[in-house]
Structures are given as structure tokens and as C-alpha cells.
Design a protein around this ligand. Structure first.
Ligand SMILES: [Zn+2]
Length: 209
């Protein structure tokens, strides 16, 4: 048996519930061990991934335009967006905090969206990046998902902790809703993606593993 032969070519499918390899007799069938219904590949994976990624891009814009937090000092509101918040931390000399917020709330979400678009493109056209690297990239995107919620968590904690009534208080701004939706949409996009589609593209380079 040729070890490079793919399970799809042999008409085999892996049950996502118990991982048993079944012989596929229908497009959608029940696993012979756990009776979970599954398909050889996630149905409409690319369409769902693209739709969720697009929704995340749409949410990314208001998430950065609207304020994430509203500070009240002596009753006077001061609104701050993600980038304004980072800029004020830099001005105050809190470089590590500015770096963490920049990473968690700007670079990682943007990187995830770009990464998902690259993966979607690579399922349709042959890429020079090895399949293994692409799969690692997918797993990185999928595992980073919940970490972007760090920012939402910080705002929620700040709003609860920093509350001295009239003198100083913090409220969550409209931006946090869009930001949360964007994070959730990228998690859905990563979950909808089937990384096996990356391997279905015909191999031209024999060293590609
Ligand atoms: Zn099963």
C-alpha cells in the first residue's frame, strides 16, 4: 500500500466524535462505533469560514472606531478607543501594558483574520508554504481564539474594581460589544474550517509533507 495515499482517495472518513476510521458509503453517514452522524469533510466548511471571517472584518472596524472604555473623572467623561488607550499607556510610560494590549486586542485579532484568509486561499490554490506549516498555522489560530477575550475581561474587571462613584469610574463603551462579536466570529470561523481541505489540493512537490 502506498503510504502517501490519502484516506479520501481510499474512501475512508474519520468520525469526529470517537476518531474511528469508517469506510464511507454515503456522503453523510453514521459512525459504525458511536453512531455519530458525520461527513468525510465538514460540510460547507469554506462557505461558513468565509462568511464568519467576513463578519469579523466588518466588526473589526467599529471595534476600533468606538470607545472601548469611558473614564469618568469628577463626573467628566473621557472616551478611549483601543488605539487611544494604548497611546495613553505609552505616554504614561507603561510600556509592558501597552504592548500586551496592543498584542491582544489589535495584532492577534488582525493576524487571525489575515491567517484565515490565507488558509481559505490555500485550499483553492497551491501554496509554497508546506502543508504541515499551514496546518500548524490553523491550530495556532484555533488555539489563540479565546485569548483575545483578555481585553473584554480587563474592561469588565476595571469597570467592577475602579468605581469610586462621582470621582472616578469606568464604564464599558460601545466598542467592546463589536470587539466581543469580532472575537466570537473569528472563533466560529476557525471552528468551521476543515484543515484537511488544505491537504486535498493536489501535490506537485514530492517533498511536501
Ligand atoms: Zn464515532
Amino acid at each position: 500500500m502506498n503510504l502517501n495515499q490519502k484516506a479520501k482517495a481510499l474512501n475512508l472518513g474519520c468520525c469526529p466524535c470517537c476518531q474511528k476510521v469508517n469506510e464511507m458509503t454515503e456522503r453523510k453517514q453514521r459512525c459504525s462505533r458511536c453512531h455519530h452522524q458525520f461527513s468525510q469533510r465538514k460540510p460547507y466548511s469554506l462557505q461558513y469560514t468565509f462568511a464568519w471571517t467576513l463578519a469579523a472584518i466588518v466588526m473589526f472596524i467599529p471595534a476600533n472606531i468606538y470607545p472601548m472604555m469611558v473614564f469618568y473623572t469628577l463626573g467628566r467623561p473621557e472616551k478611549s478607543t483601543i488605539l487611544e488607550g494604548i497611546a495613553s499607556f505609552i505616554q504614561q510610560g507603561h510600556y509592558p501594558i501597552a504592548f500586551i494590549i496592543f498584542l491582544a486586542s489589535f495584532i492577534i485579532p488582525l493576524g487571525k483574520i489575515i491567517g484565515l484568509l490565507i488558509l481559505l486561499y490555500n485550499t483553492k490554490s497551491y501554496s509554497r508554504i508546506s502543508k504541515k506549516k499551514q496546518t500548524q498555522m490553523y491550530h495556532l489560530i484555533a488555539s489563540l481564539g479565546p485569548w483575545s477575550m483578555l481585553d473584554v475581561f480587563v474592561v469588565a474587571v476595571m469597570a467592577a474594581v475602579v468605581n469610586f462613584g462621582f470621582f472616578t469610574s469606568i464604564e464599558a463603551g460601545a466598542g467592546i460589544t463589536y470587539f466581543t462579536l469580532m472575537v466570537i466570529f473569528t472563533i466560529f470561523a476557525a471552528e468551521s474550517f476543515d484543515p484537511r481541505l488544505l491537504w486535498d489540493i493536489e501535490r506537485r512537490n514530492t517533498n511536501d509533507r
